[in-house]
Design a protein around this ligand. Structure first.
Ligand code: CA
Length: 219
């Protein structure tokens, strides 16, 4: 899952990025409102974390412009402790949730997981697909309750496909959600990840629709 993080405080931005990376998410960062507006309007993010106090264009304005332009990506806003009116404005402008600074990193991580789950209609933190279970909280994957070792990229591929079960995902779409903006996107390597996942998780979990993409069936 790919996240846009718009936060102008470098230390906090780096800390949040590390946290989300550790949970297998790819993160693009924006340091000001204009950059955030551009990335959020042009790249297909699974969710956005948006600081309200951004230079060049404030977060509320950015959020309003996204919503007016039809960008429906879930947005979590970050506000100051005394910024209750920002929270009201943010929610009215189309934010899905908010965090008050300073916050504890595990709480932010949990809210991000909750938003991603809601977005894909997933009710619990563990996604079960036949014998395979993916714990979205820990990134742990098991087959018949036996833990399987997956690389970060393999987890990213499995996570995106499992959050979009029942839908055919093209290689292009998949690569847009598992690599960062300036990442080296080679859609041929996707086929390699799929082959490895099949070897580790069983050959019938991920279906290939030749020339069109991949899919995990809903059960
Ligand atoms: Ca700020």
């Amino acid at each position: 899952m790919r996240v846009l993080l718009a936060e102008d405080e470098p230390h906090l931005s780096a800390q949040i990025k590390r946290l989300l990376n550790a949970e297998g998410r790819v993160v693009d960062t924006a340091q000001n409102g204009l950059e955030a507006l551009h990335l959020g309007s042009t790249e297909p993010y699974d969710m956005i974390i948006l600081d309200i106090g951004l230079p060049e264009r404030d977060g509320i304005t950015v959020l309003r412009e996204w919503r007016e332009a039809g960008v429906s990506t879930p947005v979590l806003i970050l506000t100051a402790r005394d910024g209750w009116s920002d929270r009201v404005d943010g929610l009215d402008a189309g934010a899905d949730d908010y965090m008050i600074k300073p916050f504890h990193m595990p709480e932010l991580a949990a809210r991000v997981r909750a938003i991603l789950r809601r977005q894909s209609g997933q009710l619990s933190a563990v996604i079960e697909m036949g014998d395979v279970a993916l714990d979205t909280k820990t990134g742990r994957v098991t087959v018949k309750d036996v833990p399987v070792d997956l690389t970060a990229q393999e987890i990213a591929v499995l996570t995106y496909l499992s959050h979009n079960r029942g839908r055919l995902i093209s290689r292009t779409e998949l690569s847009e959600h598992i690599y960062e903006y300036d990442g080296d996107r080679d859609s041929n390597t996707i086929a390699v990840f799929i082959t490895r996942l099949r070897k580790k998780l069983g050959s019938d979990l991920i279906k290939t629709v030749r020339g069109r993409g991949y899919m995990i069936d809903t059960d």
